[in-house]
Design a protein around this ligand. Structure first.
Ligand code: AMP
Length: 284
């Protein structure tokens, strides 16, 4: 496994690998969700690159950026075990030298939900993803459905800017109680972790209503927030149903599919999750 810390190093390492390179961008503090992306990339390509970079421009709070969990040594050991060929581990100064000026705005899909909760977040994401793609030059890139709006933003980026990269979506890896794995979960106390089980419970509840034939957006949204409200320590930032393609909030009778999007706060920790309602059994 080659560890590249500069853009020049990653370009040299990449040039020695076959064209069919799968790429997994991450912010580190790796868990089984990240490793599932790596496994898929390894299965579907001739070589695999992973980046670890806690991107400051996608954080809206300095405190959140500082507190974000980091453990490069453990991450590198996990990636070596997983058969990764290149790890790109740039510093902030490497990617954002003095004079850096570009921000990519992908338009409407970046506006609602996380776009409102974290102004500037998706500009940071789209820009760093484009930079990482240009440095690593993969054939395919792997993103988790856990961050559904991010996935939509990346698809928009690649389509609009004519990037010759296939975006592969990987289903969310969950704990036994359904709680989605996330690097931020290490910041939760045991009590908060127990309370967080309300999130997958709410997703399953709305899935049940959907499976039973409910298509009224308001009633489905109500079901979602009622279920979340059963856990009093959890505060809801948004709990919505949107069109999976446009991310416009559904109103009235829903025709076609719906993306259920949840963001909650447990103490200082912000958690997001989602599930797609189309055919039955999506959330389970
Ligand atoms: P992050 O390190 O949080 O930026 O995540 C890196 C990639 O891993 C993103 O594409 C995430 O959507 C994906 N990811 C994070 N958590 C999970 C999970 N529980 N299951 C699947 N993919 C995930």
């Amino acid at each position: 496994m080659r560890i590249a810390r500069t853009v020049a190093e990653v370009r040299v390492a990449r040039a020695q690998l076959p064209e069919q390179l799968g790429f997994v961008p991450t912010m580190g503090a790796l868990h089984a969700g990240h490793l599932e992306l790596v496994r898929r990339a390894r299965d579907e390509n001739q070589a695999v690159a992973v980046s670890i970079f806690v991107n400051p421009t996608q954080f809206t709070s300095v405190d959140d950026f500082r507190k974000y969990p980091r453990d490069d040594e453990r991450d590198l050991a996990l990636l070596a075990e997983s058969g990764v060929d290149i790890v790109f581990l740039p510093t902030t100064e490497t990617l954002y030298p003095v004079g850096f000026g570009t921000t990519i705005d992908v338009g409407l899909v970046a506006v609602p939900f996380e776009g409102i909760a974290r102004p500037g977040h998706f500009g940071g994401v789209a820009t760093v993803v484009a930079m990482l793609f240009n440095a690593v030059q993969p054939a395919r890139a792997y993103f988790g459905e856990k961050d559904a709006q991010q996935l939509r933003v990346v698809r928009q980026l690649v389509t609009d800017l004519l990037m010759p990269i296939e975006i592969v979506a990987v289903p969310t890896v969950r704990d036994e109680d359904g709680f989605a794995l996330s690097s931020r979960n290490t910041l939760l106390t045991l009590d908060q972790r127990a309370a967080a089980a309300a999130i997958p419970r709410a997703l399953v509840a709305v899935q049940r209503s959907w499976d039973a034939g409910e298509r009224d957006a308001e009633r489905l949204r109500q079901r979602l927030s009622d279920e979340l409200a059963l856990e009093p320590t959890l505060s809801i930032e948004y709990a919505s149903l949107a069109d999976p393609e446009t991310l416009v909030e559904h109103e009235g009778q829903i025709e076609g599919a719906a993306l259920v999007l949840i963001s909650v706060r447990l103490g200082a920790v912000r958690l997001i999750d989602n599930c797609l309602l189309s055919l039955p059994l999506d959330c389970r």
